[in-house]
Design a protein around this ligand. Structure first.
Ligand code: MGD
Ligand code: MGD
Ligand code: SF4
Ligand code: MO
Length: 899
């Protein structure tokens, strides 16, 4: 056994791109991951990690991995699989043309994987039908930046968030989704309390915690709000006329459109108080420096690109760009969404910021690749690919690193489309997910800990991701899989033996005929040796002769990438969201993330510690709306939209953080974890006309109480297979615990037969049962609890999960424990887990508050909670508030002291 080795790599979750130090130990051939910590020297995080990053060691389980290639349900060799994929693609091209083939890739691939996939499809197969899940994520930011700046170039860096006078967080719940950045903002504000933070979000979120002002605007009205700001700047002598004159074009017509909006009309249209709108506008006008950081509340909209340009217009008009503490800052979601934009992972771009629209660019690219073909026009975007599969135009689809059944809108249509596609290949890490069920060929890919390459974060910083563990099973790196298929198709140009070779090729392409004409320029990295690549330090592009050490901030000289080097103002009309409410579907359904889960849960869902904060799929509603409908918290609700009825069932949560008439549901749950948790059924594939990004924050829905006759809670040491669950219950929800699994179950019929069928699950020997109106059964295995089953005809059974988990873990279940279980009378419970870093539950926190530890600081000193990643601070605050003021006027929307 050798001592631990530390490898510096990058976190695979969000676009903050934190540096992670991984400690591994080696014993012979065995390599084990010991722990992870934030890299102190990484400029994105300076040693900090959020809860997802700090639990990385716990989420690298090999038991849930796809370990070998599978074809039509049978394990096959790599050779067979590669040859089948190559033959399948060749057949499709020969029979139906190059455009019958499509790749659907992911912002979670490394740049090297992405580069090779793009090269194969655009340069060798000759089709541009390669799109990425980043289409659902940041394509509106891309279109907005391109319209304004002539290039997809993010002007800002993270330091700008700290150096600004006014930080506007719009459509971003960074406290939960970009936690390390949010902590940087909090700290900056603590040091300079005069720094203002304005949060623009229809919901009151954890990110409002540090906010001076929260504008809970009506969903989809952002363009009006920022148009109004532009008009206000004009009317209050707050324009930077010299900047407009010297560096921009199109201002007059833009202002002309915006001038329709006054503070009063904005307040009415956005459903905000005039005083709040005015406070925001005044603050922007008075601040020398302002950053607008935006995320999915802006991008995932049928007017997403316009929202982005409405923001950029205000920054250009006030000269708040290209200076420290200034700029419109798109926060990227996925770890390598930016890298995908660089190598050309979107169907609407070529590669390395080369454009389809320019014939010279196509020729340069083909010359550089020396490839037999070249896509001549943009390809199909994500939702268009679905339609094209449905209509039979796409005959072969290769999905890599994304789970579209769960993440694309209109799930039933995606199901039909995949059913209609003759060849579906899926490269995956997980053994099972909703998309793999549609795969004819599944290919095992290496996950984060086994992968080697580069990623680019939100501030254009390229960091190395280094393999820390040897590959598990037969898994291969995505770039290897793609290259081997390309070679099997008979293509030269894919004989890579390391990611360094691919990176250097990509860097050379960015330098090709560039000379400052394209923002993305890695010309200083074109000669990297294998060893230099291994040692590459995090660096922000461009990296060229002007900026050999990289470049923090773009547009400092006021020059842009348009023909006349001027930034463009865009004149904007206000448009309504597409899926409109009606009497049948009166509620707006907003969707997004929760603190401790990552996307479709393939990485975080089986980690009990990450499940403890929020263990069931829920729909959040304002208490007064619930009172009107006569429904109560904890009930199971059926959600329906014009597309879908009966497929989505969520637990009702009541909160005054919601506006009236609007609901919020997490995007994460899927058929691996719940029979009815996938909200993708409810969203229509309405897209922004410029970016083709779907409107994933605005569905029109209705909800009604689910009509179940009986409910169950099943506790088991081992997980049950999904088909068994389907046979057992009409509704099921899986909640992984540290010592086993808990299932929530419900059945339409409450016949005694159901209760019997349930009881039959448990081994009869050693079974203990108590009957009343409800059934409580336990089974022991050598005095240790192995199964428990509770049923009830009246409603979902809520028992403290930490208590159940403790009883499952007890080596001997004594008579007191048994009797408590049979009576469903919890012996102890911490309540819901609030602080995941230190595993602190609600009860302990409430007790500490009642003992006088009534501030976040005091709670931290007493219990530790809130002193790790800090993402629970908003919830700590809410608990402190609720203890201090037990009754709050439910109709009052809480706004913090106005700026
Ligand atoms: N914990 C966690 N963190 C993550 C992820 C994860 O899965 N889990 N995923 C990563 C990825 S890929 C992404 S893209 C990011 C997303 O990061 P965010 O965009 O911060 O997260 P979301 O929860 O999707 O949505 C943000 C907010 O937009 C608001 N919103 C909805 N409609 C509107 C509107 O019309 N206007 C405005 N102004 N706001 C609106 C919603 O209420 C929501 O609070 O998170 C990244 N980080
Ligand atoms: N309603 C609603 N829908 C949304 C959103 C929303 O806010 N609301 N947000 C959208 C956004 S912003 C995003 S980014 C998407 C995310 O949605 P998806 O990309 O579909 O979600 P993930 O769970 O991240 O899927 C990644 C898959 O790749 C696998 N994987 C992980 N690492 C690797 C690897 O290295 N190689 C390969 N081949 N596979 C790997 C994982 O196991 C997982 O199955 O969801 C979108 N959908
Ligand atoms: S903030 Fe993002 S990159 Fe950093 S540790 Fe958390 S999930 Fe990972
Ligand atoms: Mo995303």
């Amino acid at each position: 056994m050798t001592g631990p080795t530390v490898i510096a790599t990058t976190c695979p979750y969000c676009g903050v791109g934190c540096g992670v130090d991984v400690r591994i130990s080696k014993s012979g051939e065995e390599v084990a991951l010991q722990n992870v910590s934030g890299s102190p020297e990484h400029p994105a995080n300076h040693g900090r990690l959020c809860i997802k990053g700090s639990k990385l060691a716990q989420t690298q389980q090999s038991q849930s991995r796809l370990l070998s290639p599978v074809m039509d349900g049978e394990e096959v060799s790599w050779q067979q699989a590669i040859s089948a994929v190559a033959q399948g693609l060749k057949h499709s091209i020969a029979e139906h043309g190059a455009d019958s083939v499509a790749f659907y890739v992911s912002g979670q691939l490394l740049s090297e994987d992405y580069y090779v996939a793009n090269k194969l499809l655009k340069g060798y197969i000759g089709s541009a039908n390669i799109d990425t899940n980043s289409r659902l994520c940041m394509s509106s930011a891309v279109s907005g930046y391109k319209r304004a700046f002539g290039a997809d170039a993010v002007p800002c860096c993270y330091e700008d968030l700290e150096q600004t006078d006014l930080l506007i967080l719009t459509g971003s719940n960074a406290a939960w989704t970009h936690p390390v950045l949010y902590q940087r903002i909090e700290r900056a504000k603590a040091i300079r309390p005069q720094m203002k933070v304005v949060v623009i979000d229809p919901r009151r979120t954890a990110s409002c915690e540090s906010g001076d002002l929260h504008l809970a605007l009506k969903p989809g009205t952002d363009v009006a709000l920022f148009n109004g700001l532009l008009a206000f700047l004009d009317q209050h002598n707050a324009l930077d006329k010299a900047y407009i004159q010297a560096h921009t074009s199109g201002f007059e017509s833009c202002l002309d459109k915006a001038s329709d909006w006054s503070v009063a009309t904005v307040a009415e249209y956005c459903d905000l108080a005039e005083a709040d709108v005015l406070a925001f506008y005044r603050c922007f006008a008075a601040s020398d420096r302002a950053v607008t950081a935006f995320c999915m509340g802006v991008n995932q909209s049928s007017s997403g690109t316009d929202k982005v340009n409405a923001i950029i217009n205000c920054h250009l008009a006030s000269g708040k760009i290209g200076r420290p503490g200034c700029g419109p800052f798109s926060l990227t979601g996925q770890p390598n969404a930016m890298g995908g934009r660089e190598v050309g992972g979107l169907a609407t771009m070529l590669a390395a910021h080369l454009e389809f629209q320019n014939p010279e660019h196509r020729d340069w690219l083909q010359g550089f690749w020396q490839s037999p073909a070249m896509a001549q026009k943009p390809g199909l975007t994500a939702t268009e690919l679905v339609s094209a599969m449905e209509s039979g135009q796409i005959k072969a689809l290769w999905i890599m690193g994304t789970n579209p059944l769960v993440s694309l809108p209109d799930r039933s249509r995606v199901e039909r489309a995949l059913n209609n596609c003759p060849l579906v290949v899926v490269s995956e890490v997980a053994a099972s997910n909703d998309t793999l069920k549609y795969a004819h060929i599944s290919l095992p890919a290496r996950p984060w800990a086994e992968k080697d390459g580069t990623v680019t974060n939100s501030e254009r910083r390229i960091s190395r991701q280094r393999a820390v563990l040897p590959p598990t099973g037969q898994a291969k790196a995505d770039w290897q899989i793609i290259s081997q298929v390309a070679q099997a198709m008979g293509f030269n140009g894919f004989d890579y033996t390391s990611p360094a070779q691919i990176f250097v090729e990509h860097a050379q392409l960015t330098a090709l005929h560039n000379q400052g004409s394209r923002a993305l320029d890695l010309s200083a990295l074109t000669e990297l040796t294998e060893q230099q690549y291994q040692q590459l330090e995090p660096v922000q592009w461009p990296v060229n002769s002007n900026y050999p050490q990289g470049c923090k901030r773009l547009f400092t000289d006021g020059k842009f990438f348009t023909d006349n080097e001027r930034a463009r103002f865009i004149a904007l009309e206000v448009r309504e969201p597409k899926q409109r409410c009606s009497t049948d579907f009166p509620f707006v359904l907003n969707s997004g993330r929760i603190r401790d889960q990552w996307h479709t849960m393939t990485r975080t869902g089986n980690c009990a510690e990450l499940m403890a904060h929020q263990h069931s799929p829920f729909v959040a509603m304002h208490p007064l709306d619930a009172a009107d409908l006569g429904i109560e918290a904890g009930q199971l609700m059926v959600l329906s939209s014009a597309l879908s009825n009966g497929k989505v069932i969520l637990e009702l949560q009541l909160t005054q953080d919601q506006r009236r008439g609007e609901l919020y549901a997490p995007m994460h749950w899927n058929n691996e974890f719940c029979s009815h948790g996938s909200i993708a059924h409810l969203y229509r594939a309405d897209c922004d006309p410029h970016s083709m990004q779907p409107e994933l924050k605005h569905a029109a829905v209705n909800l009604s109480r689910a009509d179940f006759g009986a409910y169950g809670l099943l506790l088991s040491r081992q997980p049950l297979a999904v088909p068994a669950l389907q046979k057992l219950a009409d509704y099921w929800l899986k909640i992984p615990l540290a010592e086993g699994v808990c299932y929530q179950l419900a059945s339409v019929s409450d016949s005694p037969k159901w209760h019997q069928a349930m009881a039959a699950l448990l081994p009869t020997e050693q079974q203990l049962a108590s009957h009343g109106q409800a059934l409580n059964c336990l089974a022991l295995d050598q005095q240790r609890l192995s199964w428990a089953l509770f049923t009830d005809p009246t409603g979902p059974i809520e028992l403290p999960l930490d208590w159940l988990n403790t009883e499952l873990g007890n080596q001997t279940c004594d008579s007191e424990a048994l009797s408590a279980l049979l009576r469903r009378s919890p012996r102890q419970s911490q309540g819901r887990q609030i602080c995941s870093c230190f595993g602190i539950g609600e009860q302990a926190i409430l007790a500490a508050i009642s003992e006088g530890h009534d501030s976040i600081g005091k709670l931290g000193q007493q219990l530790g909670c809130g002193t790790g990643c800090g993402s629970c601070k908003a919830e700590l605050s809410a608990l402190i508030d609720s203890s201090a003021r037990p009754s709050v006027d439910p109709d009052k929307i809480i706004i913090q002291e106005a700026v």
